[in-house]
Design a binder for this molecule. Structure first.
Ligand SMILES: Cc1ncc(COP(=O)(O)O)c(C=O)c1O
Ligand SMILES: [Zn+2]
Length: 450
């Protein structure tokens, strides 16, 4: 039933619904439990773990020239549910920087803040760390075609990894709602781009039906092999912090795969005694696309009266990457929030836009969805949930060039909020930086600079 791993242990797929807990082999092509429809996750039974030896091994691999060691995901392959000899589909993902961000820290009311920049992945977003494992699994299963629904980044990433694996790739995106930079990537990597009427949630429903066809493999984050790759970011982050666990880890929330992956990654590191405690995991959503934040407000972790998540029919935010009303992985993310005593909160469009600009002032930059983290941290500090001296890491999920239109509109004062039945409302940026038109002579230039 189980499969031998690089760690020497075994692994299987298990339904996350406690009362069911059905198990399946790793090579069963499933996305949800056949018995109850619950989400699946990979459960690994690690054996013979010597945590000091694993740390030493992972660190030594940084100097290696082997493809598997150059990847910031496969370098931690002892954590992954793949045997050692598997041919991997990799673009040298991971290995992303952990930056100090003093201006953003000051803006939040913190003495220090670190930003783990997952936008520095090969296709410019954190999706690559999960796509390398999901597409490797697709090849192992003999899939011919890989598909996903996407707000833009998943599709760009899948298109690239499918091209590397020489697999056919189809992506479903909501028409007119994906940034042109992300769409351009998918086109260039040769994917079949299907623009559908409706929003991300409509596209997600369609690909789930499509994936009932045996030859088609779905690689949205409902696929547990995506989460496996993404969870290794916890190990990379801990290595960068010399295994000192931050007090708080803050991530944006859309479909909630990323927060689920951090939850799983940190829990496994603790089980393996690589760390002693868990960071508090906080998830930040845009105010118009915040089903988990509403759920959190209704079911505060200290209470036990859990009800079902209520999807948002028509989610709205200019941070298009997280414009999602019915997040597929919400139960896993919720479990991680509860386990770590985290919070889920919303931020406004202005708060996101200003946070994005302040991150830029640290010379870093990110896409709007990523900036929810800094906006959220500022609120959590103001509420006293995070103390000024605590150690905080925010995860930036996408590169600034993923959505350049948003950036220039912000700085030109042209960013507007469109609400149904209301006139478009301009967003007044606190940190706008307009270009100045100037004659091409020295005197005019010097005047403009003074
Ligand atoms: C840049 C960016 N940030 C955040 C998210 C949200 O991640 P998740 O859907 O895993 O919650 C996405 C998802 O598309 C994204 O592209
Ligand atoms: Zn089940």
């Amino acid at each position: 039933m189980t499969q031998n791993l690089s760690s020497g242990g075994n692994a299987l797929q298990r339904c996350i619904v406690r009362a069911c807990s059905a198990t399946y082999r790793l090579n069963e092509r499933l996305y949800t439990c056949r018995r109850c429809g619950g989400l699946l996750e990979v459960e690994s039974f690690f054996s013979g773990v010597d945590s000091a030896e694993w740390r030493r091994l992972w660190s030594a691999r940084r100097a290696s020239l082997e493809t598997k060691d150059r990847s910031g995901v496969w370098r931690y392959r002892e954590l992954l549910p793949f045997p050692n000899h598997v041919p991997i589909v990799s673009l040298a993902e991971g290995n992303t920087p952990l930056y100090d961000a003093p201006r953003a820290a000051g803006y939040c009311g913190l003495s220090g803040l670190r930003l783990k920049h997952q936008g520095c992945n090969p296709t410019g977003s954190f999706k690559d760390t999960g796509m390398t494992t999901a597409v490797t699994q697709a090849v192992l299963l003999g899939a011919r075609t890989v598909v996903c629904a996407s707000t833009g980044n998943t599709s760009a990433s899948l298109a690239a990894y499918a091209a590397r694996a020489e697999l056919a790739c189809a992506i479903l995106v909501p028409e007119g709602q994906v940034s042109s930079a992300k769409l351009a990537q998918s086109l260039d990597y040769g994917a079949r781009v299907l623009e559908i009427e409706g929003n991300f949630d409509t596209a997600m429903r369609a690909v789930r039906e499509l994936s009932e066809d045996e030859s088609i493999y779905l690689v949205n984050s409902i696929n547990p092999f995506r989460i496996e790759g993404q969870k290794t970011v916890a190990a990379e982050l801990m290595e960068q912090m010399d295994w000192q666990v931050p007090d708080h880890l803050v991530v944006p929330g859309g479909n909630l795969g990323n927060s689920s992956a951090f939850g799983k990654g940190f829990s496994e590191l603790r089980t393996l005694r690589l760390i002693k405690r868990l960071p508090r995991l906080h998830i930040i959503q845009a105010e118009g696309a915040a089903p988990l934040a509403h759920y959190f407000d209704r079911n505060h972790p200290e209470q036990n009266d859990e009800d079902d998540l209520v999807p948002i029919e028509n989610p709205k935010t200019l941070a298009t990457a997280i414009k999602i009303g019915a997040p597929v992985s919400w139960q896993k993310a919720w479990a991680a929030v509860r386990r770590t005593n985290g919070q889920v909160l919303t931020v406004t469009e202005s708060e996101i836009a200003d946070a994005k600009a302040i991150i830029g002032r640290d010379g870093i930059g990110c896409e709007p969805a990523s900036a929810t983290t800094v906006a959220g941290i500022r609120k959590l500090v103001a509420q006293g949930v995070i103390a000024g001296e605590e150690s905080v890491v925010a995860v930036l999920t996408g590169h600034i060039l993923k959505d350049p239109d948003y950036v220039t509109k912000y700085h030109l004062g042209q960013l507007t909020l469109d609400r149904e039945g209301e006139a478009p409302r301009p967003i007044e940026g606190k940190f706008t930086n307009r270009p100045t038109r100037v004659q091409a002579d020295v005197a005019s230039i010097l005047r403009a600079l003074s």
